[in-house]
Design a protein around this ligand. Structure first.
Ligand code: FAD
Length: 386
């Protein structure tokens, strides 16, 4: 797309990237055949298996673009892209390490001290160290700069008080990168005076309480901080730079192909279940969904190309996430419209099981990582409409 400042550069897959895809596919096929996992929709949000995460680390599928000295593979964004694409579209259980590999590690690489990098990054690369996102609070979501959790300076460190909410998988995480207020708001300038901390979640004073979702599962949590002492060396980046840092974290968080692939496993299982159909209505519905999928993929690859060249494609990523998460819902509506299914609790086929997961989990995809209304606002600004 050209004009209005949007760019989606074309990217071709070199031979070694295709080889990597082949390798990942082979691994996933073997794991699935051995009972290593059962595919689920929304696998990167709710498919928790620390054992599987470790296996990915051992195979070099994590920390793909990071320097070797921190456990990385020194490969390109395109290598990372195909690994992500294969894992998510296969419905593999990748939620344990997802945040750490996708955004916390890159944030530490960019802003962390040498000691922070050396002590944490190799463990993330090994699939053994997990991170929670400490942004939202009761009363602060879209308006993130209004966070009220505060850190007060004391001898040798800081004392944190407050509450974070919707902290995905914090109950199995080792750290949270928490956005907190380190100095009061002056003249209404709420984007100033914020900082980020690398908080060890086993620190005394932290309570993590599960919040049940509609599927009766507790993937996200309330994380309460009561007089939590964190040493000076746990600050990430510079005091007062929290807003700049969290904005770059959000750009990474929104940029990946998982933002449109969370339900493609349902489409795949539906096609498999109905492959012998003679019903043109079904063929048409599947064809339309696949055509949209290809367009989104082309745009999403453009975002990866921009990241690879060192740009910060905040607007392009917002656009792909907005269209992509709506598409995730449309897959569910599309397959249900041609192949209605009654809810079952037992004896479900892979199609029914993934569809059930999708119906219960996907309503959240247009909220998490920034709501679609907020993303449309970002796109509108780029178009000069606001
Ligand atoms: C499954 C899931 C996992 C999550 N995981 C995490 C996590 O790990 N860590 C974390 O910190 N947070 C997490 N979140 C929280 C998520 O980031 C917030 O829910 C989201 O940013 C919206 O904030 P809010 O819920 O406070 O809603 P609000 O910001 O109160 O929004 C309410 C409504 O108002 C609309 N609105 C708000 N502002 C505007 C505006 N400027 N223009 C137009 N409309 C607007 C919104 O679109 C929405 O419809 C998660 C959420 C979900 C659903």
């Amino acid at each position: 797309m050209a004009g209005n400042g949007f760019r989606f550069p074309k990217m071709d897959f070199p031979a070694d990237v295709e080889e990597l895809r082949h390798d990942v596919r082979g691994f996933l096929r073997a794991e699935r055949a051995n009972g290593g996992f059962t595919p689920i929709a929304d696998c990167w949000g709710s498919g928790l298996s620390t054992e599987f995460s470790r296996k990915l680390g051992q195979r070099g599928y994590l920390a793909v673009t990071w320097p070797k000295q921190y456990g990385g593979q020194e490969k390109t964004m395109l290598h990372r892209y195909v690994i992500t694409e294969e894992l998510v579209s296969a419905g593999a259980p990748v939620a344990a390490h997802w945040v750490a590999d996708r955004q916390s590690g890159p944030l530490i690489l960019r802003y962390g001290t040498e000691e922070q990098k050396q002590s944490i990054l190799p463990r993330i690369a090994g699939g053994e160290c997990y991170f929670a996102i400490g942004m939202s609070e009761p009363g602060s979501g879209s308006d993130l700069a209004s966070v009220r959790t505060s850190a007060k300076k004391v001898d040798g460190g800081w004392v944190i008080n407050g509450a974070k909410i919707w902290s995905s998988n914090a109950h199995i995480c080792h750290y949270m990168i928490a956005l907190v207020r380190t100095s009061p708001i002056v003249d209404g300038q709420k984007h100033k005076g914020l900082s980020q901390f690398l908080v060890d979640l086993s620190t005394p004073g932290i309570t993590i309480r599960g919040i049940k979702n509609i599927a009766n599962e507790s993937h996200f949590n309330e994380t309460l901080f009561q007089d939590v002492f964190v040493p000076d060396d746990t600050m990430l980046g510079n005091e007062g730079d929290g807003w700049k840092q969290v904005t770059s974290e959000l750009a990474i968080e929104r940029a990946g192909p998982e933002r449109f692939l969370s339900t493609t496993i349902i489409l795949e299982e539906a096609v498999r279940a109905m492959q012998d159909t003679a019903d043109d209505r079904i063929k048409l519905a599947f064809g339309q969904l696949v055509a949209r999928l290809r367009t989104l993929r082309r745009m999403s690859l453009g975002v990866s190309a921009l990241l690879q060249e060192g740009s910060s494609p905040e607007t392009e990523a917002a656009l792909v996430k907005e269209v992509g998460t709506r598409f995730e819902r449309e897959i569910i509506e599309g397959v249900r419209s041609v192949a209605p299914s009654a809810p079952k609790t037992q004896g479900m086929s892979a199609y029914h099981a993934t569809l059930r997961e999708g119906i219960l989990h996907i309503p959240s995809s247009t909220i998490r990582g920034g709501t679609n209304e907020v993303l449309k606002g970002i796109v509108a600004r780029q178009l000069g409409l606001r």
